[in-house]
Design a protein around this ligand. Structure first.
Ligand code: UT7
Length: 336
């Protein structure tokens, strides 16, 4: 058995900055409410650039490939995590294969929302562990802004989400004490509808139903979130899954050099930081600039932390996520 390690990271965010102040012109909201409840000051929303989930993922991937120092044809497999694919099917993994002009390797799409990148890393890690693949491109990318209800009706959700992409190259590591040490995945489908986008879906409400009803009050094709319920579950599950990962590796919270939590809400990150008595240097947050970019949030934050020199060789790095499904997970890394 091998280990896997991250040898290249990249991210891309659209140029267009949308401040809380700008949102208050679209809906009944204000900067104070958004900052106080979420920590978000601004987010990026695609405007005029024509960017999509797959194109942003490709841009992030190009940076990651270059930094990894590998050739695109060294990539053996592509994994793409998103909840906002360009098309209903096929998923964006194959679009990346085409756009990067990579030979006909396999491409897998992951549908685990905010936990998507953690799930994707776990899948990649296990493919590499068995020796099946050597280099895997993992992408998390989201284009939320096209699908949000930007009126007062949707304000509980639309002020939170932003667009962007992050990517990582995972590669074989012969030393089992280095790289990704373990990954931990969970789900609880009984809460599927607490954070959900129902339509269009083959099971519940397809396009025909939406068109037939032609109801201006139809909210089924906008995301719905039971915010307080999600919040309460998030703080519990984040804590549990971080501890699970630490215990598996005989580590304690004080051994964490860098925690990269999924950027759901600054208050959630601060709760975890306090609970584990971590210093500001041990937790990385950038939700203030980008909002919640779901599957893209961890790879964007991980890339920025690494670019800022906050992750060094030998560091214990912890990734943790919670979101729609509910799904949650963690990754424990000994940075090589
Ligand atoms: O990434 C996946 C996981 N996601 C999460 O973990 C998110 C978890 N949930 C949260 O982060 C928070 O619940 C929110 C940030 C979504 C909401 O914060 P909250 O403190 O739970 O607020 P609330 O939903 O209880 O709403 C409080 C009030 C309500 O008004 P009333 O009923 O008290 O009069 C809302 O209508 O705030 C109102 N409100 C707003 N006001 C101004 C809701 N959205 C807004 C808004 N601007 N954008």
């Amino acid at each position: 058995m091998y280990n896997s390690k991250i040898i290249g990271l990249g991210h891309f965010v659209p140029e267009n900055v949308v401040t809380n102040e700008e949102l208050s012109k679209l809906m009944d909201t204000n900067d104070a409410w958004i900052q106080e409840r979420t920590g978000i000051k601004e987010r990026r929303w695609v405007k005029d650039s024509g960017d999509t989930t797959s194109s942003m993922g490709v841009k992030a991937a190009k940076v990651a490939i270059e930094r990894a120092g590998i050739d695109k044809d060294d990539i053996d497999f592509i994994i793409f995590a998103t909840l906002s694919p360009d098309m209903y099917f096929p998923g964006p993994g194959v679009q990346v294969q085409e756009a990067l002009n990579i030979k006909t390797v396999g491409a897998l799409d992951i549908r685990n929302q905010c936990s998507g990148f953690v799930y994707a890393i776990s899948v990649a890690d296990n493919f590499i562990k068995t020796g099946m693949y050597k280099n895997i491109l993992v992408i998390g990318s989201e284009l939320h802004s096209h699908g949000l209800d930007k009126t007062t009706r949707g304000r509980g959700v639309s002020v939170i989400f932003g667009d962007g992409a992050g990517a990582a190259i995972l590669s074989r590591e012969e030393d089992n004490t280095k790289g990704i040490l373990s990954t931990h995945l969970h789900s609880q489908g009984e809460h599927a509808e607490e954070l959900v986008l129902v339509a269009p879906g083959m099971g519940k409400r397809w396009v025909n139903d939406i068109l037939a009803d032609n109801d201006p009050n139809d909210e089924s094709y906008f995301p719905h979130m039971n915010g307080q319920f999600v919040f309460k579950n998030a703080v519990v599950r984040f804590s549990e899954v971080i501890m699970e990962g630490l215990q598996k590796n005989n580590l304690k919270p004080e051994n964490i050099d860098m925690l990269i939590p999924h950027q759901a809400n600054l208050r959630i990150s601060q709760f975890i930081q306090k609970k584990f008595q971590l210093s500001d240097d041990q937790v990385f947050n950038n939700i203030q600039k980008y909002g919640n970019t779901t599957a893209a949030s961890i790879p964007i934050a991980l890339t920025e932390a690494w670019e800022q020199g906050k992750i060094k060789s030998g560091d214990t790095v912890v990734l943790a996520a919670f979101g729609s499904g509910f799904t949650w997970g963690s990754v424990i890394i000994k940075w090589q």
